[in-house]
Design a protein around this ligand. Structure first.
Ligand code: BES
Ligand code: MN
Ligand code: ZN
Length: 495
């Protein structure tokens, strides 16, 4: 899809579908007014009929309207003008993008010249248009014998409110398109089944990414190499699997060699059966999504490279498959992590933290500026927050605040939980330095407490995305979160 800015009188703009937001209360926008006049009041007549009220994200299509060059006009409800803030704007754009993606329209124009949300600027709007368009055009069909019909859209243009320059808006469109594509890459990796998307598959994906971008290089550690490094914790998770565990390291060089890198670490459990502490059968298929943290890291690294961000970033993926077998780790087994700390594995289903802790220790060698891990870590996060929040815990208030702000700005929001010392003693073990579970209470916090034992020297944040990474039910599928949040963060950092 190509993106551009287009000006001039809206009724003369030639395209296959013109998208125009309509308020539910109050006057038409200037562009909508022009279209209404040109079409002999087609819009006001439609609204008078009661068929279309401008309700947020409601759509209605005028085909071959009189007096305008566009072949179709797609009306998109924008709700009340007063309440048109970033969230409602994004919802309207999502509705429009979804509707237009189903049409046989190659050239699409968004008429947004006086439809700025109350709390954002034109650059944000341009970014969002491109991001929502890419997002709406993703469809999973890889493992279906009948392929999805290709989306007809080739070119997307926008008219955008005054104050921003062409250059800024163009940059916004490019950023949004890159983020949208990265979100789709994360969705795709997440949606692939566990028998396709194995640790080796993820490693190959990371290698391929590096061949496509000059700034990227990928290194993959094998089990043998990890054993030499003393990663007894990470290796214990894949012990029962026939799939080899991998530690994947993707490096983006965008700044001078001595500029400290931002490090991302993703949980990449390509299937989580629970191991010997076997999970119940219902919805276990969804544990193919237990690598969505890894997917978000791989996708973010691709996006960072595509946008040529002037910073150094290192993306790591701790990939393993958690299976029961005669060789699997058992409850009560004690392993030694790369840090030297011994861990009593009281529950083999608390495996995410076991792969992450060794990856976090390995990351110390990069002297990170900040380190963020992203993990579908706890069912407790789903129970508490449902689908909407990324759950944030951090040992650094400034980093936490920045990430919360980035979540608000990108609408990929996070909510913070406390990482108080009082919770740490729940991880006491009679037989090792630390236990891998903290009991039934405060599960999201004790999981983060476990990780914090391996990041004491770092500015570190943890994102538990167990609720936000995928949808269950009829719309089952990966969401691509929190790529939006991570990109917002990296895109606003200095070298
Ligand atoms: N991958 C799961 C967390 C999960 C469960 C995410 C359900 C989304 C939906 C993780 O490995 C896990 O099993 N965590 C356990 C930890 C417990 C044994 C301390 C959990 O949350 O039940
Ligand atoms: Mn588990
Ligand atoms: Zn898991």
């Amino acid at each position: 899809m190509k993106y551009a800015i287009k000006g001039g009188s809206i009724e003369k703009l030639s395209c296959d579908c013109l998208i125009i937001p309509i308020w539910s209360k109050g006057a038409l926008s200037n562009e909508a007014k022009s279209l209404d006049v040109a079409t002999g009041k087609a819009i006001s007549k439609l609204m008078k009929s009661g068929d279309f009220a401008g309700k947020l994200a409601q759509t209605s299509l005028l085909y071959d309207p009189e007096g305008v060059a566009a072949k179709r006009i797609l009306l998109i409800g924008a709700g009340e003008r007063k309440k048109f803030h970033a969230h409602s704007c994004a919802k309207a754009l999502k509705g429009a993008a979804k509707a237009v993606s189903k049409l046989q329209a190659a050239r699409v124009h968004f008429a947004l010249s006086d439809t700025l949300p109350t709390d954002r600027d034109g650059v944000w709007l341009a970014t969002r248009v491109a991001q929502e368009m890419e997002d709406a055009c993703y469809k999973y069909d890889t493992t279906k014998s009948k392929k999805a019909k290709a989306v007809a859209i080739r070119a997307v243009s926008i008219s955008i409110p005054g104050k921003t320059t062409r250059k800024q808006v163009d940059a916004g469109l490019a950023t949004g398109a890159a983020i949208g594509k990265a979100i789709n890459r994360a969705k795709q990796l997440g949606n692939l089944p566990g028998n396709v998307c194995t640790p080796t598959f993820l490693a190959n994906e990371a290698q391929t990414l590096a061949t496509r971008h000059k700034s990227l290089s990928t290194k993959v550690l094998t089990e043998k190499q990890m054993a030499r490094l003393g990663m007894g914790s990470l290796l214990s998770v894949g012990a029962g699997s026939d799939q080899e565990s991998k530690l994947i390291i993707i490096e983006h060089k965008g700044a001078k060699a001595d500029s400290k890198p931002y490090v991302l670490v993703g949980k990449g459990i390509t299937f989580d059966t629970g191991g010997i502490s076997l999970k119940p059968g219902s919805a276990m298929d969804e544990m193919k999504f237990d690598m969505c943290g890894a997917a978000s890291v791989v996708a973010t690294m691709g996006c960072v490279a595509e946008l040529n961000l002037p910073i150094n970033v290192i993306g790591m993926v701790a990939a393993a498959e958690n299976m029961p077998s005669g060789r699997a780790t058992k409850p009560g087994d004690i392993v030694t992590s790369m840090s030297g700390k011994t861990i009593e594995i009281l529950n083999t289903d608390a495996e995410g933290r076991l792969v992450l802790c060794d990856a976090l220790t390995y990351a110390e060698r990069f002297k990170p500026r900040t380190i963020i891990d992203i993990a579908t870590l706890t069912g407790a996060a789903v129970a508490t927050f449902g689908a909407h929040a990324n759950v944030l815990l951090s040992n650094n208030d400034q980093l936490a605040e920045t990430l919360l702000d980035c979540g608000e700005e990108s609408l990929d929001r996070a909510w913070q939980l406390p990482l108080w010392d009082e919770y740490q003693s729940l991880l006491n073990s009679n037989f090792a330095d630390i236990a891998n579970i903290g009991g039934p209470r405060a599960g999201t916090i004790t999981a983060a407490c476990f990780l914090s034992r391996f990041t004491e020297k770092q500015k570190w944040a943890h994102l538990d995305i167990a609720g936000s990474a995928w949808h269950s039910g009829a719309q089952k599928g990966a969401t691509g979160r929190p790529v939006g949040l991570l990109m917002q963060y990296l895109n606003t950092q200095k070298p």
